[in-house]
Design a protein around this ligand. Structure first.
Ligand SMILES: Nc1nc2c(ncn2[C@@H]2O[C@H](COP(=O)(O)OP(=O)(O)OP(=O)(O)O)[C@@H](O)[C@H]2O)c(=O)[nH]1
Ligand SMILES: [Mg+2]
Length: 259
């Protein structure tokens, strides 16, 4: 079983991407299952095959521990690992080839508390990838892009799994902004020029230094825009996942080969 955890800031499009990617893989007749790990979500754009809400009731937790919505959510996410035996059993019974795991809305609850790393280790399967979403609206200018990448690196530091950084909801920014973004990602000099042209003073110094590190770490090699609404780069995302999961081998489905 190969696994992808979809993480990202609140509202960055995790659930919608989980849904679109699962549908796309089903078209290729790949045995894909989805899991919702967000105990607080009210509505999902897909019907999850596995759902943490079956094990954890956030309203019950809020009442029992006299917590407000935020405290309730923190406690609920922290409780996920206490249910891991049952969740693992469910994964074992369903046993998909690919498991897409949609993570809680506020990324800090999952990425920056112990639960996320423990859950990734427990449910991660044979090969686990983190798909980190960076809202395109927050990456439209050089400073915003650097900021989002620093957050992506912080996530990477926590999990240390192969990680793809997607600029999500890219249909929501103007065509020219998307072109600029792609140019900055592909051309280090163009990005440096853009930093120099748009940022001043200490902020520029910091941005240039961070850019140098981003460049050295080759973070942009695994960064690209997607849109779950228009399907832009969704097949490219699958291709990148496949490279990580299977070293670029075509995915075998019974006697057919999916390219
Ligand atoms: N235009 C556009 N809207 C999107 C895209 N992906 C998601 N959305 C919308 O953005 C909103 C948030 O999407 P979700 O998929 O719920 O985001 P999320 O990260 O799961 O949100 P939380 O779990 O609440 O943090 C919804 O209204 C989606 O329809 C996209 O690629 N393009
Ligand atoms: Mg969600």
């Amino acid at each position: 079983m190969y696994t992808a955890f979809i993480v990202g800031t609140a509202g960055s499009g995790k659930s919608f991407l989980t849904s679109i990617l699962a549908n796309r893989l089903k078209i290729f007749e790949i045995d894909v299952a989805t899991m919702n790990l967000d105990p607080g979500v009210l509505r999902l754009p897909y019907a999850p095959d596995m759902d943490v809400r079956e094990y954890i009731d956030i309203n019950e937790i809020m009442t029992e521990y006299e917590l407000g919505p935020n405290g309730g959510l923190v406690a609920a996410v922290d409780l996920i690992t206490s249910q891991s035996a049952e969740i693992l059993e469910e994964i074992k019974v369903r046993s998909p080839d690919i498991l897409l795991i949609d993570t809680p809305g506020q990324m800090e609850l999952f990425a920056f508390r112990p639960t996320g790393v423990i859950a990734a280790n427990q449910f991660g399967g044979e090969k686990c990838v983190l798909v980190n979403l960076m809202d395109a609206n927050l990456c439209r200018n050089p400073y915003g892009l650097i900021n989002s990448i620093v957050l992506a690196l912080s996530v990477q530091m926590r999990f240390f799994y192969p990680q793809l950084n997607l600029i999500s909801k890219s249909d929501l920014i103007e065509e020219s902004q998307l072109e600029d973004l792609q140019n900055w990602i592909e051309d280090s000099f163009a990005f440096e020029d853009a930093i120099n042209a748009t940022i001043t003073g200490e902020k520029r110094e910091l941005a240039l230094r961070l850019h140098q590190t981003i460049d050295e770490l080759q973070v942009f090699a695994e960064t690209f825009p997607v849109s779950a609404k228009t399907n832009f780069n969704i097949d490219n995302l699958y291709g990148k996942l496949q490279v990580i999961w299977q070293g670029g081998e075509d995915f075998q489905v019974e006697d057919r080969v999916i390219r």
